[in-house]
Design a protein around this ligand. Sequence first.
Ligand code: NAD
Length: 452
Amino acid sequence: MNYDVINPANEEIVTSVELLEVEAVDEAISRSRKAFLSWREVSPGDRARLLRRFADAVDADLENLAQLEVRNAGHTIGNARWEAGNARDVIAYYSGAPERLIGQQIPVADGLNITIHEPLGVVGIIVPWNFPMPIAAWGFAPALAAGNTVVLKPAEYTPLTALRLAELALQAGIPEDVFQVLPGKGSVVGQRFVDHPGVAKIVFTGSTEVGRGVLAGAAAQLKPVTLELGGKSANIIFADADLEAAAAGAPYAVFDNAGQDCCARSRILVERSAFDRFMTLFESAVRGVVVGAPEDEKTEMGPLISAVQRDRVAGFVPEDAPIAFRGDAPQGAGFWFPPTVLTPSDPADRLLHEEIFGPVVTVVPFADEADAVRIANDSQFGLSGSIWTSNTGKAIRVSRGVEAGNLSVNSNSSVRYWTPFGGYKSSGLGRELGPDAPLAFTETKNIFISNR
Ligand code: NAD
């Protein structure tokens, strides 16, 4: 069966990609298991060198990868270049890992004790459509560095850059079958990764609902999983903050990638005494967001990924929705939706609790520090968030109080590949990125050598 890849900005067919069936997946997993036997034996220095070459190949292909993502996912060209650069940097960063997978020598009686980090085998990586390149690389780069082989399933909507990355890996000299990209349906290819006893670990990024099913399926085999799931992150703005900076940054903290970002700060909480002033500043910032053709260098927000996603997002904004103000979006072909700001008053409103995954943000007032933390934590999710204040003590207290894996103070940055990334509560299980990521793709073996 084939899948027509659609350009979300104009609804034209970009290309057609074959979707794999279970038999082809099983064959790929069996090739991956075979390749693992030799890949794990490649010396650390050689594995590092091959990964460095892979990063160089991505660098040389950066503009092509970015243009491919513009056509496939409707990402703005600026974002797409950043995403390809992020994949390159993540591969380069973990190319340092094979030579640094250092174990311990632990003092014990009657001999010598050492620990060794051994690769798991075949790692199955399941990727969503919102950031196809970075999310793929966050999984496959540390997994390969630790000596595993990888089978990776891109999302149905966005297979093109993952397929290109696999070609670049081969070109760079990574041996055949060490890194395979297998396009297909989640219920077929993704599910097979979960069920196949030959896949040693699953890295899943996607919705909380599907993630729960992946965890349940993996439990049957006690298969380890890393889950990166949904979010409903809070952007907490205190009256003593630099309000101009907080308001200028807030649209991009939620409307970037048309709001299809697990870290989107889709709940803005503003201290009541600064609420009106913030809304005035925020309105002009929202109206300033440039929405339009993704290939235009000046564009800041493109379309949604699909008609289904646009309709889903529109379902959150019915006629009588509490709209404060909206930005613009092109008319005509393409899956467009304007930046939309809502001010729901009922704390139980689903607008404040469900992940919308589109350019829609809610703004609510809070009374004081304790109230801000309480509202921020009134969520099943806990992925990211921001705290804007000029009071350092308050910044520390609130950062400690908010139940989320990645917080920034006076900034909206979420992901830095040098630092660990992942969610609390229904936002996930485990961490990606940072110096320890390769360890999530290893077993620790303890060896005791008697001196008798
Ligand atoms: P999704 O859950 O629908 O799909 C994610 C991937 O899982 C796709 O490749 C899909 O084909 C596959 N899949 C579907 N059914 C499956 C099954 N039964 N078994 C195995 N795999 C299956 O999510 P999506 O709509 O592609 O992505 C959006 C979601 O991803 C949002 O909820 C977003 O918050 C989340 N996300 C989280 C992070 C994070 O790091 N926490 C990052 C990006 C996106």
